[in-house]
Ligand binder design. Structure first.
Ligand code: 0T9
Length: 410
């Protein structure tokens, strides 16, 4: 257990005992102080685009096969940030802050070549917890949107997590869509007090242009004995011919082969991540994650467990009050940038293609995510043009109470 003290050791032991009787609700799990993260899950959407150049690269390919390969390459490049950045930067996986309903994470990446890529992430449901996001680069006409929640269970000393939801990438110039599924994962290293994520099973990417990628994840002790490995193949939907094989370690590097010939490679050692720009705290909306959680994050940073609990409870209680008021007034919370839809023809079409290629697949029951969430362009435009300002002012006043308005200067 590394440099942990005797007391941290016994806290960890009792924590392990407590998760043995775990009910699947990750939010309700009480973790020992050293495992608490300062980052809310609503921020994790940013992991999709920490390589903006790779994100927009598909738009520059005029050949549909090359485009599909570029999408697969970008997807594979996101896995390290998504699933191992806490371990790498903080020494172990951390328990994220549990986002409140309406919590936002807004920012952008500026890149000389790729231009500006915008990020909008919003907690669209609290029971069950669901985060929706929209990430787009207008210059290159590349848009990603998706939503996800988690279903966790505990067995044989590990936490297993299934993700519900999916992502969809759109390329304007070719009016092309890519449907992306999310990997199941489990937590390794629990007994040693240094939890980290290992991915499981497989995910797929299906394009409207008729390309199908399957990514299979293998952990330690399997074939190579290395952790965080994968093998991916790219095919035409319904064809047996393998166009490309990509394999390697998603935490490190991978190679792309056509037959036995290596045609390209990617390494995290030579591809650094881009920095996300956020507004300064004092200019942020009270609903924005960093501002709302500022006092909690500061308490975690100081290692003040009592204060962490006090500050967390303030947010949770204010949220409960807000829900009560909404119920009494008969006015439910309105999501700011996303809407739940009854059906989704584009996604249904892509799921149809996956099944036509004889890889049985079905969408998660919308009830598991409180609906099918889509980015609402109209809501976005109204907010951007200032049309929605009057409304938002009213919401912000309500929310000042809800988030106990963490003053930016403290
Ligand atoms: C969506 C991602 C997700 C969120 C995290 C399971 C997990 C919460 C969900 C799935 C992102 O796009 C990708 C990456 C990591 C996932 C997290 C890993 C993790 O451990 C947490 C859960 C809630 C825990 O914190 C369990 C406690 C753990 C630190 C061990 C004790």
């Amino acid at each position: 257990m590394g440099r942990k003290t005797g007391s941290a050791r016994s806290t960890w032991a009792s924590f392990l005992k407590s998760i043995a009787s775990f009910n699947g609700d990750l939010a309700s799990m009480t973790a020992p102080p050293f495992i608490l993260g300062k980052t809310s899950l609503v921020e994790y959407s940013a992991y999709w685009t920490e390589h903006p150049k790779l994100f927009v690269a598909p738009a520059k390919e005029s050949d549909p096969e090359k485009r599909a390969l570029a999408v697969l390459t970008w997807f594979l490049s996101t896995l390290k940030q998504q699933y191992s950045s806490r371990s790498e930067k903080l020494g172990s996986e951390k328990k994220p802050l549990n986002p409140f309903l309406g919590e936002l994470f807004l920012g952008h990446w500026d890149d000389g070549e790729a231009g500006r890529t915008e990020l909008i992430s919003e907690q669209v449901s609290h029971h069950p917890p669901v985060t929706a996001y929209s990430i787009f680069n207008e210059k290159h006409g590349v848009r990603l949107q998706g939503y996800n929640g988690q279903k966790a269970s505990f067995s044989s000393m590990t936490i297993t997590v299934k993700q519900v939801g999916s992502a969809r990438l759109h390329i304007d110039a070719y009016d092309e869509d890519y449907f992306i599924t999310l990997p199941a994962l489990h937590i390794e290293g629990l007994v040693y007090g240094t939890p980290y994520v290992e991915l499981e099973r497989s995910t797929v990417i299906q394009s409207s242009s008729g390309y199908f990628a399957k990514i299979e994840y293998t952990g330690k002790g399997w074939v190579s004995g290395k952790k965080n490995c994968f093998t991916a193949t790219l095919q035409k939907t319904g064809s047996k011919e393998i166009l490309y094989t990509v394999s390697g370690q998603w935490t490190d590097s991978f190679t792309i082969k056509k037959g036995k010939t290596e045609v390209a490679s990617f390494s995290h050692k030579t591809n650094s991540t881009a920095a996300l720009t956020l507004r300064p705290l004092e200019e942020q909306d009270p609903l924005e994650s960093r501002r709302a959680w500022a006092k909690v994050a500061a308490a975690i940073e100081r290692g003040d467990y009592d204060d962490t609990g006090v500050e967390k409870s303030k947010i949770e209680n204010a949220q409960r009050e807000l829900r009560k008021k909404e119920k009494a007034d008969g006015i439910p919370w309105e999501t700011r940038y996303f809407s739940a839809v009854g059906e989704h023809p584009v996604v249904d079409g892509l799921v149809g293609l996956i099944n036509k290629g004889s890889s049985p697949f079905s969408l998660d029951d919308p009830a598991k995510t409180n609906g099918l969430w889509v980015f609402d362009e109209k809501k976005y435009r109204d907010i951007k043009s200032g049309k929605k300002n009057a409304d938002l002012k009213a919401v912000v006043e309500k929310v000042e109470v809800a988030t106990v308005h963490a003053p930016a200067s403290e």
